[in-house]
Design a protein around this ligand. Sequence first.
Ligand SMILES: [Mn+2]
Length: 320
Amino acid sequence: MKAENLIVFSQIIDLIKEKKRFLITSHVYPDGDAIGSVIGLLRALKLLEKEVYPYIPDKIPNQFLKLPGVEQIKDKWDGQELDIAFVVDASNLERIGEAVKVLPSLIINIDHHPDNTLFGDINLVVPTASSTSEIIFNLVKGLKIDKEVATVLYYGLISDTGGFMYNNTSKESFKVASEMTEIGINPGEIAGKLFYSIPYDLMRIYIDILKNTEIDKEARLAWSVIPIEIMETKIFQNNTSSLLDMMLKIAEVDTIALFKEHKDKFRVSLRSKNTDVGSIARTLGGGGHKGAAAFDLPKSENSDIQDTIRKIRNLLGGRF
Ligand SMILES: [Mn+2]
């Protein structure tokens, strides 16, 4: 950990000790790291007997509903008085949706996105960290923590590193995982909940989407579309990270794009083995990391998927 981060750590710890009423929020379309970070910090602050209000103004995907503490996250705001807010795993304030309206005047920003806009009064932004959960563990481990805190943060850690398989996995990720294991977490059980828990009906939908995946071998690019009729089914109220993982397993492919159809737009998720999809997403109006990013394609007469694929191909190097 860098010296300047250690100074920020101690400023945050002082504020945790001093303040009483905390908001914790994260980005819309919450993923495993966002949710792990929110409930890990929630539990750590509750152990210190603080008043804590976790709020994410969006649906929590089905596969996260079994995480201990997740039921405490509200998607509507009840109007509580607040002293301070933690905004975690969000690179800018647009990412937190409606939560921006309830922020108190003091904001702590904890994140690992390289394009974080440093919107907080205190910014703990560590782009080399695999996940926000990894940063939060290092922050709270000096406080009173327990197995439950470590469990949900481990969940966030393996979620953002794809079970320690993505390029963002570092010495620090393994160190944190080892410390969590010492606290008593059960790595196999947590990984099972995250990676081996696709309901049969959902797997059948994934198979259809995989069957319809197109590939450009020259550009080493694959893409698929999830139509709105499927997006809106109850069984699909899931995060698509396991589907994206399956697409990325194709040997002939370095980059994948998944077009998820909503009423007014496509949300396009990008993943890659070696290319920097973060910069592609930023060029197309979105954001993210080197290996995982996303952007929105508004629906209009000229929002053509093939046209977007051409743009992605060009951004991949224009060699094609
Ligand atoms: Mn993250």
